[in-house]
Design a protein around this ligand. Structure first.
Ligand SMILES: Cc1cc2nc3c(=O)[nH]c(=O)nc-3n(C[C@H](O)[C@H](O)[C@H](O)COP(=O)(O)O)c2cc1C
Length: 328
């Protein structure tokens, strides 16, 4: 039986965390994940340089709404001084945790030494953590992968280095950077990290079903699980996993009505946050994820991708629901 858990000194109601996902984990989605049971939510990565250079867009990415807590804001960068300055800016926000991205495998990010490239040099990675910990009065955590590639698996080394530098928790994604998202996540590396460090370890990679979460916790001993892709168009996954970990029983899946109602709420939150033009555009991918697997979803996706107004998107989603009722 799993009850509350502490990550980086922050008490969570349950050990199920929304993963940071660029282009997805803005306040709208984080609020939904929280309402639907996440024990903690992570924001999409923010570039240190963009923040320090005064990018308004990046500054807006530091916005946290009252209903989201606990929430972790993630920085991505490589230059120690600029990471510290950006972390000081995060320090001024109401974020509960500052996370440092050492796992992003995208060329645009790693080519200048950020993301997964940082973890290739645990000593320097630790220097960044130490500098941030010394200057900012919030718990610091680090997220990284198994290693750069199969020939340079170093997650345990990275974990020990950042722990020693003052990180208060680590998240381990059981894939190498070279793997991107292919193959299966190797959960044994999460266990190795858990056995090596004293700080809490969050396990990540391929948790989709409640049973996956339970198995990951049993196999690795991790303190919490982090869910990324499994939450896309599926924020119910948090309450389902949390309930299963607590009771051993499975909640029923949301029906078409609940799926569409939550999709419309997501749309409304996005439009409130970003305005109609951007909100509706961003909702297109989410809407496609929400309706995946329902009757005639492919044809509706084409309609969704043409929609430009809030009223039109709402109407389209409700007409899709009506279509389910008639088809069912
Ligand atoms: C669309 C997308 C965006 C992502 N953006 C970030 C990010 O900003 N920061 C980060 O640390 N990881 C990011 N990730 C990686 C996820 O946090 C997570 O580690 C990965 O998806 C594995 O977990 P999963 O199998 O549950 O999806 C992203 C993943 C996806 C699919």
């Amino acid at each position: 039986m799993v009850d509350t858990v502490k990550i980086a000194g922050i008490e969570l109601d349950n050990p199920v965390i929304l993963a940071p996902m660029a282009g997805v984990c803005n306040p709208a989605f984080r609020i939904l994940a929280k309402e639907l049971g996440a024990g903690m939510v992570c924001a999409e990565m923010v570039s240190d340089k963009a923040l320090v250079n005064g990018s308004k867009k990046s500054e807006r990415m530091l916005t946290i709404l009252p209903d989201e807590h606990p929430v972790s804001l993630q920085l991505v960068g490589y230059d120690k001084e600029s990471m510290v300055k950006a972390a000081e800016m995060v320090g001024e926000t109401n974020a509960d945790i500052i996370d440092i991205n050492m796992g992003c495998p995208v060329l645009k990010i790693y080519k200048n030494g950020s993301g997964a490239a940082l973890a290739r040099n645990p000593e320097y990675a630790a220097q960044i953590v130490r500098a941030v910990v010394e200057r900012v009065n919030k718990p610091v955590t680090v997220k990284f992968r198994k290693g750069w590639d199969d020939d340079s698996v170093n997650a345990v080394e990275v974990a020990l280095a950042v722990e020693e530098a003052g990180a208060q928790a680590v998240t381990v994604h059981g894939r190498t950077a070279a793997q991107l998202y292919s193959g299966k996540a190797d959960w044994s590396i999460i266990r190795e990290v858990k056995e090596a460090v004293r700080i809490p370890v969050v396990g990540n990679g391929d948790v989709v079903e409640p049973e996956d979460a339970k198995r990951m916790m049993e196999l690795t001993g991790c303190d919490a699980v982090m869910v990324g892709r499994g939450a896309l168009g599926n924020p119910w996954v948090f309450r389902e996993i949390a309930y299963y970990l607590k009771t051993g029983e499975k909640l029923p899946r949301p029906d078409a009505l609940e799926r569409i109602q939550v999709a419309v709420r997501h749309l409304n939150l996005l439009v409130q946050e970003k305005g109609e033009v951007i909100g509706v555009r961003e909702m297109r991918k989410h809407a496609a994820w929400y309706i995946k697997g329902l009757h005639n979803a492919t044809a509706f996706r084409d309609e969704i991708n043409k929609e430009t107004t809030l009223a039109g998107m709402q109407e389209l989603l409700y007409s899709f629901l009506e279509h389910q009722r008639l088809a069912g």
